[in-house]
Design a protein around this ligand. Structure first.
Ligand SMILES: Nc1nc2c(ncn2[C@@H]2O[C@H](COP(=O)(O)OP(=O)(O)O)[C@@H](O)[C@H]2O)c(=O)[nH]1
Ligand SMILES: [Mg+2]
Length: 196
């Protein structure tokens, strides 16, 4: 796949505001600061599509970007920051889980994990949700430029063990060096071809 066009369409704060547009959806999830905005911008070849370095916890929305007029990239709110009220966490969980449970268009999720860190409890919770709702997913291991090739290989092994995901579904990515992009786009094609 080549991404020729990506435009912001809409955002929603409550599951009831979700719009089924009749196009398949791929969601991107990960904790705040993992490099989600940078990753989306790299895929879309647009440095301004999603705002990099935005203050965590600002707006908790799922944002829908329409890509190539063919599918939606659903940008999940970053999770895992401490200074959020219990109420806000509950709303976030309801939004996320509601969407995972009800979207008939969701084809798969790209879960981003920092290649240098063990998956957090929040990451594991996300993986459990995806498994529970039978949503196929791959892992993008971000900030791979911070490790050497051999360190990256070891890190992928660790993430594989911690998550139970086979290593070839864990793709090292770097939005600084622009690596991993083609591999991810190929896996996205496979997701989009999946029958629900
Ligand atoms: N070295 C490196 N830094 C990155 C990479 N991706 C994102 N960052 C940095 O990590 C910080 C958070 O990035 P951002 O995309 O805003 O993360 P988000 O909160 O998950 O959307 C910013 O300072 C980015 O410049 C990467 O691939 N390599
Ligand atoms: Mg962001």
């Amino acid at each position: 796949m080549i991404i020729k066009k990506a435009v912001y369409d809409y955002g929603f704060a409550l599951e009831s505001q979700y719009k089924d547009k009749g196009l398949p959806e791929i969601a991107v999830a990960g904790k705040s600061n993992v490099g989600k905005s940078s990753f989306i911008n790299m895929l879309a070849n647009n440095g301004k599509l999603s705002r990099v370095g935005q203050k965590p916890g600002k707006t908790i929305l799922i944002n829908a970007f329409k890509v190539n007029d063919a599918f939606y990239l659903m940008d999940f709110p970053g999770y895992g920051f401490a200074r959020v009220s219990f109420q806000e966490k509950q709303r976030w969980a309801g939004l996320m889980e509601g969407y995972l449970r009800t979207s008939e268009q969701l084809k798969g999720v790209i879960l981003l994990l920092d290649i240098r860190h063990e998956p957090s409890e929040a990451d594991k919770e996300m993986i459990n949700w995806l498994a529970y709702y039978h949503v196929p997913f791959i892992i993008g291991a971000t900030k791979a430029d911070k490790l050497s090739a051999s360190q990256a290989k070891e890190a992928i092994k660790k993430i594989s063990v911690a998550t139970g995901i086979i290593a070839n579904q864990i793709i090292p990515v770097s939005s600084v060096k622009r690596t991993g992009k083609e591999q991810i786009l190929t896996l996205m094609d496979e997701m989009l071809a999946r029958e629900n």
